[in-house]
Structure formats: C-alpha cells, structure tokens
Design a binder for this molecule. Structure first.
Ligand SMILES: Cc1ncc(COP(=O)(O)O)c(C=O)c1O
Length: 492
C-alpha cells in the first residue's frame, strides 16, 4: 500500500497557511482600526480606482495564492472604501461596527452554522434565542411578564418590519389567509396607518404582501413630525365607515429623517380600543430605550404587538443584523411554518432549540446571532446606555452650537439626529437656500473630512447629522459648524 497524500482541494488550507494568512490580515486590520481617525472618511474617486484595479477581465481559469488574494483585496478595501466607522461619518443611519463584531463574523463563518432548524445548528439556535431575548431586555419588551414573546434575527430593518406585518396579517385573518390569499374575508380592504415620515420599507412590504401602496392611510403629524393622535382616530373611523378593515398602525420609534418618536402609549391605547395590530418601526431608535433620559418616551414599545429593530445601526454590530420581536411568538410560527418531508418538525421550543426556518421568511440562515450576542455580552446594558446616551448628548450639543451661529439655522433635534442649514439673514428665498445647502453638503462630503447626509423637511433641504457612532468625539462636533461656515462663505 502506498501512503500517498490526496491532492488538496483548491479551497482547502492547512492549519499553518491559515494561521499565517489570518495573522497577517488581522495585523493589517488592527493598524487600520488604530488609524481610522486620522484618515479621510472616504476617497471621492475610490470607485474609479476599484474599477481600474479590478479590471474588466473574465473569471480567471487558474488558482491564485492565498497571500495574493488577501493582499490585493484587503489593500483595495482598506485604502479606497467609504469608512462608516470613521468618527465623523454621520450619514443616513449607519452604525460604526465594533471590532468584537468583526471577530464574531470570523468565528461564525468558521463554524458556518446554518441556523435553519435546530437539528443542524443546535448551539447556534440557542445563542440566537439568547441574543433575541437580550435585545428584548434592552428595549423593555414586552412590559408584561406573562407574554409569550419571542422573535428572530433577520437581514435588517426592512425585513424585520415586513416580518412583523406578515404576522399581523396572519393573526387578523387566521390560517386560511395563507391558502386563499388576499381575497379571503375581504383582506384586500385592509388599511395600514402611518405618517409620511415612515421609511420606504413600508411601500416594499405592501407590494410584497399584495396589498399595494393604496392600502396606506397617511396620518397627519404635529409640528415635531410625530403622529397626531386625533388625526389617527379620525382616519380609522373614516375608513371603517367606508368599509375598509384597519389592520395595523405603524408607529416610528425614531424616524429616519429627524429621529421623531410617535406617541407610542396613546397609539397603543387606540389600537387596543379598535383591536388593531400595533407595530413599531424601531429600526433606528428602539435601542435607545435603555438610556434613562429617553426611556420614558419609549415605554410604549413594551405595548406593541411587534417591533422591528436594527442591530447593525445603533447596537454597533457589523452589517447585516436586524431583529423582529413579537409579543406572542406563536404568530411567527403560524405565519411561516410549513410541513415538509425533508425537514424535522418545527420543534417544541420549551424542550428544544428553535427551528428558525419556521418563524421567518428565510430557510437557510447565517449565524448573524453570534456577532450580536458577542457585542451585547461585551458592552452589557450599561455599556450600551453609555454609548447611545453619549450619541444623543452629542447631537443635542450640535443643535445648541448651531443655534448660536447667526448664519446657521438649527431645525430639529431628535434622539441622535440633528438637522440644520446655512441660512444667513440676507437670504430668504427658499430655492436659493436649498441650492446653497445642497452645494455645501456636497462640498463637505467631497472634502471627506466629515460625512453627514441630508433630509428634506417641509420643502427645506437640510444638512442632517445622525450620530450612531461610538468613535465620535465632542471635538468632532465642536469643529463641524466652522467647517460648514467656511465652505458656505467660499460658495456664496
Ligand atoms: C427608521 C428606519 N426604518 C427602517 C429602515 C430600513 O432598515 P434596513 O436598511 O436595515 O433595511 C431604516 C434605515 O435606515 C430606518 O432608518
């Protein structure tokens, strides 16, 4: 018998090669993270450089060495990317990613759990169950200990919200709706109540659910862009009189443009009166329920039937990680479980880990729970209250600072979002102001010292700073108004 070794598969690595390659990469990443504050937020021509380096060639036939592959692509990424972990990245709602989350991704990929059924991922399923429970703890959800609450991790806020609404539909119309579709029991007459400030995930959701955007009843807002409760009552009444079926109210716990929080407790009461599902989009703001200064305003989260939140926003977990929580987790099983001949049963949750494929849209599911769990465990409730509270304080500081400049107009402060614009007293024309502020923001982004984004509120184009970033310092905030004024004076 010969003792010849089988040739190694092209994607296999022996332990020594893996160790060396990984150590080299980890060293590079550690240097990158250590120096992130000294870099520009992005390279304005990064995409062009990437296109040139990547080239237009078709898929190579031959193998490349591990060193070549990692060296080439890590240099490109670490030099040319937009760095949303930079202390002055304040655009959209992008969290700065914690390093422990990155290590979680490496460990999760090494185990490669498919958190689909408990048989193939027993330990990972338990970790997800705990991570989801801990998120509930952070949000004080539910605030009734007798609830059978639960949930699961999903790709992000959009998917978490869609999952919540699908559960609402199933809960309202019963099991037959899954067989009969939206013609069943007049489901096509369903109405969803929300304000114009709600993120565009809702249009996607209603399209996917077969209701279409016409199923939305937009409810008026008050001066602070919060849902007007009287207007909600009237809209529901009006729709009932016209033969529609009010199915869900969708409240925001932190709107995307200004961080407004709808009056959650009052909305919960109206939903209770009319037996309407109460869903909260807390993708951005729900986690701030752990901060004493705002927890009161968010106490209504505990009364919702379903809540969507994003760990990849303000829990500082690397993309992707969202979470949907239900007051009664059975609604998820009722909505998403199907008997098959090829998977084991959904499982008895009290005795076995959870079969997450039977509680959400995805079948095969990655082990995103690990990075979430590791971040939560590392920071704990106090750590999160400190980081999130600090971001809220910084946004308020910016609002105050901007308010002190006669040429700047502070427009709003909600949670960690502040909006404002350049508005010297001699310019009153709204179109000129909009164009001016558009140019100021684009120059600011181009210079790459800081990266806010914009909001349009009541027709005004505003510079919008959203701080979901544990690296932002008070000095970064102090320096921003002067930067903006110097750009503005150069332009005008
Ligand atoms: C309030 C709100 N809801 C939903 C979403 C969508 O979340 P995702 O991008 O994770 O799908 C966002 C994204 O910014 C948001 O701010």
């Amino acid at each position: 018998m010969t003792n010849q070794k089988e040739p190694r598969a092209p994607l296999d690595m022996d332990a020594e090669e893996f160790r060396q390659a990984a150590h080299k990469l980890v060293d590079k990443i550690a240097d990158f993270l250590a120096g992130i504050s000294e870099r520009d937020v992005h390279k304005p021509n990064g995409a062009k450089v990437a296109r040139d380096i990547l080239g237009a060639g078709s898929l190579p036939n031959s193998e490349s060495s591990t060193d070549d592959v990692i060296g080439e692509i890590s240099d490109l990424l670490l030099e040319q990317s937009l760095f949303n972990g930079h202390p002055r990245f304040w655009g959209y709602v992008n969290g700065s990613a914690s390093p422990i989350g990155a290590l979680g991704d490496l460990l999760a990929s090494s185990i490669n759990a498919n958190v689909c059924t408990w048989t193939v991922a027993p330990v990972a399923s338990e970790i997800e169950r705990q991570a989801v429970g801990w998120i509930g703890d952070l949000l004080n959800f539910p605030n009734d200990p007798n609830c059978n609450s639960g949930g699961l991790l999903v790709s992000g806020g959009t998917m978490a919200n869609i999952t919540g609404l699908l559960a609402a539909k199933r809960a309202r119309f019963g099991a037959e709706i899954r067989e009969q579709g939206n013609n069943y029991k007049g489901a096509e007459k369903s109405k969803f109540y929300t304000t114009a400030e709600t993120h565009a995930w809702l249009e996607k959701a209603l399209d996917i659910m077969g209701f279409g955007e016409s199923a939305i009843t937009r409810v008026a807002t008050d001066d602070n862009l919060r849902m007007d409760i009287d207007a909600l009552q009237k809209s529901i009444q009006n729709d009932i009189e016209q033969g529609f079926l009010p199915l869900a109210v969708i409240a925001s716990a932190g709107t995307v443009s200004t961080g407004a929080i709808d009056p959650l407790n009052e909305i919960a009461e109206i939903c209770r009166q009319h037996k309407i599902w109460f869903h909260i989009d807390g993708a951005y703001g729900a986690v701030s329920a752990c901060v004493p200064a705002v927890s009161n305003e968010l106490s209504g989260i505990g009364l919702a039937d379903s809540v969507a939140m994003d760990a990849h926003k303000w829990l500082y977990v690397p993309f992707e990680a969202g979470c949907v929580l239900l007051r009664n987790r059975q609604h998820l099983v009722d909505s998403f479980s199907h008997d098959t001949t090829y998977y084991p049963e959904a499982g008895d949750e009290d005795a076995l880990p959870v079969a997450y494929r039977a509680q959400g849209v995805q079948t095969s599911r990655g082990f995103r729970a690990l990075k979430v769990w590791m971040c939560l465990k590392r920071a704990g409730r106090d750590g999160y209250a400190k980081m999130i509270g600090n971001n809220i304080r910084q946004a308020e500081k910016l609002y105050q600072l901007v308010g002190q400049h006669p040429e700047l107009e502070a427009v709003s402060h909600g949670l960690s979002i502040t909006t404002f614009r350049y508005h010297p007293p001699e310019i009153q024309d709204e179109e000129i102001l909009n164009n001016l502020n558009r140019e100021i923001l684009s120059t600011l982004q181009e210079e790459a010292w800081a990266y806010p984004s914009h909001a349009t509120v009541n027709g005004k184009y505003l510079i919008r700073v959203c701080i979901t970033n544990f690296r932002t310092t008070d000095q970064d905030i102090d320096d921003l108004p002067d930067r903006i004024l110097s750009i503005a004076r150069n332009i005008s």
